[in-house]
Ligand binder design. Sequence first.
Ligand code: C2E
Ligand code: MG
Ligand code: MG
Ligand code: MG
Length: 285
Amino acid sequence: LVQVLERCMPRVTEPARHEHAERMSWSVQDLKSAIMKEQFVPYFQPKASLADGQVRGAEVLARWNHPEAGVLGPYHFIPVMEREGLIDLLTESLLHQALQASRTLAENGTPIKLAINASPLTLQDVGVPNRWRAIAMEHGVPPERIIIEVTETAVAENFIGLLETVTRLRMHGFGVALDDFGTCFSSLQQLSEFPITEVKIDRSFVMRAPATPRGHMIFESILALSHRLGLDTVAEGIETREQLDFVTSAGCTTAQGFLIAKPSSFATLRTLLADIPAPQATQAV
Ligand code: C2E
Ligand code: MG
Ligand code: MG
Ligand code: MG
């Protein structure tokens, strides 16, 4: 396992550019009350089907509407939330807001799937699937319309610890995506043994793959295995036409990235969905 972990590429941490935010330090009380006031809001980044270009899903990405510092991205607060034991509270707040959004989208005739990022700390608690199903029911949203994203690194580091929770999530009907796939070469075996519904191939991988024959080969092997396992394949971080063409011809089912759409507010997502033909309700569950 140590060898496996050593082969994981170090995550490139986003440079903290937000000077105001850098100078601030938050107490547990500040953070908690910011969660309660719903200062943490979901942004939504669409996922487009490569077969027909339709948007059948969106990923929820946390943002902090900070009263003084403006809109802050997750690198400013996810690590501190994890450190201070507040990540479960934050995730449930985002889940509530995402479920409200999901309900509204269904009522508008655009019942796309929403994906939530979950911290491995949260997923170590085997009570989470029951609780989240109850929350989904409360909002009148079937769990089938929600995907939980867990990173490949989290799974590589604690395969057994997450297996039980993820199996229960699947039993309740939630989809499960393996996020940032390709940043850690541990997982062709694990990929086949973990009960996921979707593989999200990491941006760094998508960027490198089109350039070299070896990159092509590895990318295509991942897709071939994923498809044989019946998994959806999402290419993350598509920024150029060349990357889009490459992942399309390689056979990815879905694409996400700035070229298609940036993360946006719920209002913007609704406008975007209204502008394009709605997917069939039966296909989008
Ligand atoms: P992720 O789940 O892999 O999300 C994709 C990240 O890539 C997002 O950054 C998104 O804005 C960015 N992205 C999407 N398309 C492109 C592109 O074409 N080019 C580039 N350069 N970037 C692109 P964001 O929103 O800053 O989130 C960063 C990470 O923070 C996420 O990576 C996820 O791991 C974590 N995160 C976000 N929200 C939550 C949350 O609610 N809970 C937890 N536990 N983690 C979260
Ligand atoms: Mg994600
Ligand atoms: Mg990702
Ligand atoms: Mg990524």
